[in-house]
Design a protein around this ligand. Structure first.
Ligand SMILES: C[S@@+](CC[C@H](N)C(=O)[O-])C[C@H]1O[C@@H](n2cnc3c(N)ncnc32)[C@H](O)[C@@H]1O
Length: 223
């Protein structure tokens, strides 16, 4: 946990680079996304769409995002969810600082930010209508506890959705994940394949829908 916290504190200090990569902005980011993740611009757009596909248009319930990171992908979506009550959690205060100042610039004054651990969420059972987790579960070391907490805070009938790295789809990506992302504390094994993810989620949720673009799976399911 300490290694992951330190790694993302560092990312928070280098947020411009991180945000460029996540938004596929600029030539270095586009080359890196293509080389390491196999994502060209078309595949990147699919990755982005599948990550947020579970949020209903005009959603107006209570939404938890964990982890929010710098909010570079999700905050633009929250601008359109004017009737929703939104809570964003992340372990790293440096990542959260970037997300908070982005929210201020975007005039998203009602979005609440909390520093916290996905395995010990500071919310009562069945608080949320939707839990969003974009690129979080391949980072969390204790995935079982993280899944249990998400399930606990989600209302019956609520939606769990987002995206996650899946192994076995691209050998170069898997090599990069093992030898760079894991080594420096950005990712934690074990990882799902699209089919093990579907099987795991189907044991807890109904209406499980898995898509994948290269090494990223999108998931939407209902408690
Ligand atoms: C790859 S980033 C994804 C963030 C964001 N969803 C995005 O796509 O930009 C992973 C994030 O997980 C956070 N994180 C790692 N372990 C965590 C934990 N146990 N609880 C909550 N957040 C955690 C890190 O601080 C980091 O901001």
């Amino acid at each position: 946990m300490g290694k992951i916290f330190d790694a993302y504190q560092c990312v928070g200090r280098l947020a411009k680079l991180y945000d460029a990569m996540l938004t596929n902005s600029g030539l270095p980011a586009r080359l890196a996304l293509k080389f390491f993740w196999g994502l060209d611009s078309t595949a990147y757009e699919k990755f982005l769409a599948q990550a947020f596909a579970g949020i209903p248009k005009n959603f107006c319930g209570r939404l938890l995002e964990v982890p929010v990171g710098t909010g570079v992908l999700s905050l633009p979506i929250y601008q359109k969810l004017t009737g929703a009550e939104i809570f964003c959690v992340d372990l790293s205060d440096k990542m959260l600082d970037v997300a908070k100042s982005r929210a201020v610039k975007m005039n998203l004054r009602d979005v609440k930010f909390l520093q916290g651990d996905v395995t010990a969420l500071p919310f009562a059972d069945e608080t949320f209508d939707l839990v969003l987790s974009v690129n979080g579960f391949h980072v969390f070391p204790d995935k079982i506890s993280a899944h249990a907490e998400v399930f606990r805070v989600l209302k019956r009938g609520g939606i769990f959705c987002g995206s996650v790295y899946v192994t076995g789809e691209n050998r170069r990506t898997d090599f990069f994940v093992k030898n760079f992302c894991e080594r420096y504390g950005f990712f934690s094994p074990p990882y799902d394949t699209p089919s093990t993810l579907e099987k795991f989620l189907s044991e807890k949720y109904s209406r499980v829908k898995i898509t994948h673009v290269k090494s990223f799976a999108g998931f939407v399911c209902v408690k």
